[in-house]
Design a protein around this ligand. Sequence first.
Ligand code: PLP
Length: 374
Amino acid sequence: MLPYGRQSINEADVEAVSEVLRGEWLTTGPYVARFEEELEKFTGAARVVSCTSGTAALHIAYAAAGTGPGDEVITTPMTFVATASGALATGAKVVFADIDETANIDPAAVEAAVTPATKIIAGVDYAGQPVEIDRLNEIAHANGALTVEDAAHSIGSLVDGRPIGSVADLTTFSFFPTKNMTTAEGGAVATLDEDLGRRAHEFHFIGLVRDRERMRYPDEGPWHQEVHEWGLNYRLSDVHAALGISQLARLEQFKKRRREIFDRYQRELAGIDGVEVHRIRDGVDPIWHLYPARILGGRRREVFEKMRERGIGVQVNYLPVYWHPLFEDLGYKRGMCPNAERFYSEQLSLPLFADLTDDDQTRVIETLAEVLAS
Ligand SMILES: *Cc1c(COP(=O)(O)O)cnc(C)c1O
């Protein structure tokens, strides 16, 4: 089965990981520090904290912002569940704002959902296309809230020439194998604010405070470290970080290849009846993580099954988050975000990854055309 997404691992990646295994530090060593520095350079963030997954990154970002009971987190239903469940983990209430034509959160819907309890506005760069971050920042900051950009799809994207990681108060990345670059499991939080960065670091490091100046009992002894606020162990290992360093060096090439594949789908699907191509707004320069086709005429499930029968591992991204029983049981009702529900009912992700061959893409397009014509 041709997958919808897959990692690209070369000999340099293998060598990078082997080098760590032969060395002294398996975790919390020099590779983690270097990976974070390189991500800071690449994204333009003031501070990057690496961690064990994109899900962990979201939890860390919300926790670093001080989100808790009584706070509201506004987010999109068109995302992986972790964007919303990470907010639940802090005790906050999740408020869903509908999407626009691009499948990204609609700033007008966000504006309508803001209340005095709004703590975070969390957009998702769906498929790799950046959210309208300037408007989201404006709405958030006017209400004393912060923005979180879930950039699990978009490390390497630009918005009006600015790299993702340098435009929201907090940005989260995922390095899962299907994403644009991988550390096997892994993620990171980027922020422009040193204080948020320190809080993110401490939360992902059990809450340990090692800075003597901040200690309550600085004279306890040279071994002393203390915890002021609870945290978890969400640290990335050096083994994973070494793969990340090697993959980051390849990201621009991945972006170029992903763009070629995406553009070819846009061109060639435009000529096929029963399918609609993805909408892109001005000012964005995305790295494309997904190719989200829309299958018209109520045929999405049929097309999904027929593509799979023919060996093409299409996927659906995503079930509207509040359709998950977790949210349903909290009282969220279907019908709340009609644009997201309609998008979901038509959405079909076609194979898109850096090592996809031209021949395989030809097969995907021809098979889709055949299935739709049948
Ligand atoms: C993959 C993904 C996550 C979670 O990342 P993991 O590394 O799999 O935990 C969060 N949000 C979005 C939009 C994702 O695609």
